[in-house]
Ligand binder design. Structure first.
Ligand SMILES: [Zn+2]
Length: 80
């Protein structure tokens, strides 16, 4: 039996990136201030290779759940 991730069943909603302040989508992660998440630009351009996967999930939650994966980010950027 796999453990459900926090807020996994809720739809992604508008959030503010905790790194650059850009608008993004995601779900609340317990380690972040309320309403703050991670944008795709920071996830893929800034943090990739700097943080280990363990640090990423500890600080920002899970890609595609708490912060957008590349596909979700491209879709979000296309709507902006
Ligand atoms: Zn950002």
């Amino acid at each position: 039996m796999s453990k459900a991730l926090p807020y996994e069943d809720e739809p992604m909603h508008a959030m503010t990136c905790c790194v650059c302040g850009a608008r993004t989508i995601g779900r609340q992660w317990y380690n972040r201030d309320y309403g703050y998440g991670l944008c795709g630009a920071c996830a893929f351009d800034f943090l990739l290779g700097r943080e280990t996967p363990e640090q990423m999930s500890n600080y920002y939650g899970h890609e595609g759940v708490h912060y957008p994966n590349r596909e979700q980010w491209a879709e979000f950027e296309g709507k902006e």
